[in-house]
Structures are given as structure tokens and as C-alpha cells.
Unconditional design. Structure first.
Length: 75
């Protein structure tokens, strides 16, 4: 099977963000995997009763920024 994704960059309706999202799809999947691994690690190996919300948020944002260029996708 062969699948071809085609983007007409010369079209007046061309949306650069759609192309960028397509190009970063692998990175986004990898990012989700890293987030799941981090959550699993906190749950399985963590010795604290609770995690500070700021720590969780900051770590997830770090993982996203390490894997995905949100600005290029228009975010």
C-alpha cells in the first residue's frame, strides 16, 4: 500500500500550519509516549503521597517543549 500526502504550497488556500502539524506528527506521538512514561514513573516509583500541581504542569510543559515546536504549528 502506498499513501501520499500532498500539500499545494502554491495555492492561495495553502495553510502552512497544516503542513507543520503533519511534519511534526511523529514528534507529537513521541511526546505523548514521554508524558505517559513520566506519569507511570511518578505512579510506580514515586514515594510521595501527593505531587505538587506546579511540578506536574512544569514537567509536562518541559516534555512538550523538548519534543514539539508549538510555535511552528501556530500555537
Amino acid at each position: 500500500m502506498k499513501i501520499i500526502f500532498e500539500f499545494n504550497t502554491e495555492s492561495e488556500n495553502f495553510d502552512r500550519t497544516e503542513l507543520e502539524i503533519h511534519q511534526q506528527a511523529w514528534n507529537m506521538a513521541s511526546c505523548l509516549n514521554d508524558i505517559l512514561n513520566q506519569l507511570r514513573s511518578w505512579y510506580k516509583y514515586g514515594d510521595r503521597e501527593e505531587l505538587p500541581v506546579d511540578e506536574v504542569r512544569d514537567r509536562i510543559i518541559d516534555i512538550i517543549n523538548e519534543n514539539v515546536n508549538m510555535e511552528k504549528m501556530g500555537y
